[in-house]
Design a protein. Structure first.
Length: 254
């Protein structure tokens, strides 16, 4: 691993690994239910949890597959996932350190690639998607779930600003059209698309990344001064909690 962004993200999240394993937002949700439904009952042998973070996709998928490889750039995340898997008796979860843009797996290794709330950290989304397609078997399935940016440029700018102030390893939340274009260029064909709205409780949102007080104050200042269109788009609440769009995209090799 040589990419500066990958090293930066690994350093940033190392001390926060336990917070993501215990995160209620990451440990539940309609998108996670949808991912489990995609893999359940298919007799999948080997599955990749790409950018596993706290391992919630791996924990949900493990009972339905022979083996799941939880892959991330952060060693402490992988240690936390391995420890939690042992505690839950999920012996078919193995961990591997790697960046999405340079996966250490042979072509067609996995029957499924699952990727949830991580692509917005990648230094090169195009490369990450090409790698996901490369390691997916010809008859395989992949599911990508992530935040999506608004079409409106004003709201887009405000979302990216709040995300970056909260988490300096943030690269970009992509618009749905950008997702579709990148997936197509990587060699995927979209089979299903589900839109969701996700509420973020402000206190938990900034605590999970241990955002410094001065940046918390900056986010709150932005929210207070936000135009009416921005406040409406994100349903900004008095305590700073807000709601944004996410998408779950199921694809297959084109």
């Amino acid at each position: 691993m040589t990419d500066e962004q990958d090293h930066f993200a690994a350093r940033h999240y190392g001390a926060r690994a336990a917070d993501y394993v215990s995160s209620a937002v990451h440990g539940a949700g309609a998108d996670l239910d949808e991912i489990e439904r995609v893999v359940a009952g298919r007799g999948l042998r080997r599955v990749l949890d790409l950018g596993c973070g706290g391992g919630h996709v791996a924990y949900r998928a493990a009972p339905h597959v022979a083996e799941i490889v939880a892959c991330d750039v952060t060693p402490e995340m992988l240690e936390a996932v391995a420890r939690t898997a042992r505690q839950r008796g999920l012996a078919n979860i193995v961990t591997r350190r790697a960046a999405a843009e340079s996966l250490p797996f042979a072509d067609g290794t996995f029957d499924a690639v699952l990727c949830r709330f991580t692509a917005h950290h990648w230094s090169d989304m195009e490369a990450g998607m090409r790698e996901a397609r490369r390691v997916l078997a010809a008859g395989g399935v992949a599911v990508f779930a992530d935040a999506v940016a608004p079409v409106d440029p004003l709201c887009d700018s405000w979302l990216q600003a709040m995300e970056l102030l909260r988490d300096p390893s943030h690269v970009r939340d992509y618009r749905v059209a950008e997702w579709m274009a990148v997936l197509g260029r990587a060699g995927f064909a979209v089979r299903a698309f589900t839109a969701h709205r996700l509420r973020m409780g402000f206190a938990d949102w900034v605590a999970r990344t241990r955002t410094p007080a001065e940046r918390v104050a900056a986010i709150q200042s932005l929210q207070i001064d936000a135009p009416a269109a921005v406040r409406a788009a994100f349903a900004i609440e008095a305590d700073g909690s807000f709601t944004f769009d996410t998408a779950t995209i199921t694809v297959a090799p084109a």
